[in-house]
Ligand binder design. Sequence first.
Ligand code: T1G
Length: 697
Amino acid sequence: MSQVSEQTVHVERHGAVLVAVIDNPPVNALSHSVRAGLLDAVERFERDDASKAMVILCAGRTFIAGADIREFNKPPQEPRLGTLIDRLDACAKPIVAAIHGTALGGGLEVGLACSYRVALDSARFGLPEVKLGLLPGSGGTVRLPRLIGVEHALTMISEGGQIGSQEAREKGLVDTVISGDLKAEAIAFARKVIAEGARVRRTSDLPVPPFDAGLLATKRTELAKRYKGRQAPQIAVDLIEKMASTPFREAAQEEYRVCRELIGSNQSKALRHLFAAEREAAKIDGVPADVKPRDVNKVAVVGPGVMGRGIAICLLNAGLPTTLIGRTEESLAKAIAAIRKTYEGNVKRGTLTPDEVESRMSRLSTTTGYDDLRDIDLVIEAVTEDLEVKKAVFAKLDAALNERVIIATNTSFLDIEALADSVSNPENVAGMHFFNPANIMKLLENVRSSRTAPDVLATITSLGKRIGKVPVMVGRSEGFVANRMLSKRSREAQFLLEDGATPQQVDKVLSGFGFPIGPFALADLAGMDVMAAARAARFARMTPREQQCDIVDKLAAAGRLGQKSGAGYYLYGDDRKPQPDPAVNELLAQHRQARGFSHRDVTDQEILERCLYAMINEAAKILEEGAAARPGDIDVIWTNGFGWPPHLGGPMFHADQIGLPRIKEALDRYSALVGEEYFKPAGLIERLAAEDRGFYG
Ligand code: T1G
């Protein structure tokens, strides 16, 4: 047993098989030390005649999860990954990659440069670089297509998804799938290779399999639709086109050049920022990492409505026995039918099997009472947004549950403290704010009250991850973080109509910026009756101008409820595509006249700045108040919950790109134009702008 690189790679001899073990927790990223250690191991293997084959294996929970993302902001250090990959490829003796956990990015590229790949049956494979605004830079785009075919490789590279080991074997990426002791079986496999002549197999020598050239154009269109504004998916198609028509070495050099270029791109910086911010967001401010979450083995959801059903689906999908509580058997029957209908949709789309549907439905139980909640660990209340109704539910839960059960509310703006007051163990109360549709939207805004216990905070965070959400902890404030900022954008969008803009102009600017849908098309989707009800609930806390800006009420009164009535801010035909409606311009003209606003031309720049800067200014106030712990949390919230384009990093990252001095200058300008109460710069922006600093230091 000898050490090659004392830190992260060690080599073991097993007869004629040398085993290089990488041990670089938490995910064996290809840091400089790992690259140097592995290169040492290969050189030693080449020099050592007694060794006929080598196995590359990782300690810990996973095979190599890629290049070390933290090194991207530093100048590349030799040996570069490309140097190591070329050495693996050139080795005159067979090397076997033994894969468990995930082989991702540069990790899969290491595997592709080996002669053989063996994997545990639970292993997963992917080239997720595109999710970081990057593309493989060390052979992924030139070797993977040669092994699994151009079409499958293009999908994996341009979308960044993962495949399992069975599929990898079927596609020829993996030679054998192992279910036992990976190390022992990998060494046995290497011995078999030696016994069969120790043949070296170079993926780089394989021809590019034939493919339908039309595939590239089809993929470009599909990717442009799915990843609006993203550059890397399109460049992935360029690289595959190049790979198919260029000698291996030349295509590999172009791939590396493109990867280096993308590392410096704003889109990749934004997406790498979000990668780190999402992991930071899971660390709860003020709660030590060693605080253990409570066990959650059985849950209940109160309220079989749209949100309650979506939340129940998330819990069932995560394997949790779930009790749905409703006031009537009829409402529960409707909920069960709706949940089953959703699952049948998954079966139609091939994302679930009928057996999986039955196993999930078998974990669902319903009741109209609170008597049978003895072994419940956590309850999520999702009844109508009325404080008194919720307090009544909390009181029933308080009487029915033991003192260890967590009671989480799905309220989107009611005061958590008031709900905590209504139970005997307020330390067990918190918010778990899901977004509609709850079984789809990734964002989970967890809300802490001043009395929520640290282990309750840890529990709702780990449960959030367990049900496949991106949990972000926020503090007490009206509308928490997401809706509070959104209400400022909505306010400005309404005011801009009064100033002279049209719904289609505002929507075009914001969807042009990258939002999936503009505020007015979104309102038509939600329904003007819903918008009017939300407006009424907030009316008392509105400024006089907001109260008088009653366009929503006028549309609702005119029966223009949006898509559901065929007309709202837009007209809707059978294709449900929003069409500008002169009747709305007429309604707006009458509104302006009634309110004494004279129409003026509003530029797209003004629309974008007023809508975004109003949100960013509010976010600064949220940080000042501590209702969000980090600017990164706000970026994670907006990119996972409200369609802020991830390749623009989120509102706080974007603000830093623009520069806070410029934003402050604009806020001052709009303070004068629209009013101080709407645009007076937050103290935090004043300070940071004065020091020419950003939210991120
Ligand atoms: N580099 C550095 N740190 C990493 C890392 C990486 N590649 N991947 C994860 N971490 C850290 C992460 O920040 C966290 O740290 C801890 O590991 C646990 O991660 C040339 C250019 C592997 C599926 O994109 O998808 O290769 O917060 O909380 O949920 O072609 O991490 O604890 O301090 O996410 O179990 C391509 C990214 C790189 C994979 C595990 N690779 N990682 O998920 O744990 S580009 C990726 C993941 C590249 C080459 C190119 C996931 C995971 P901390 P975690 P997890």
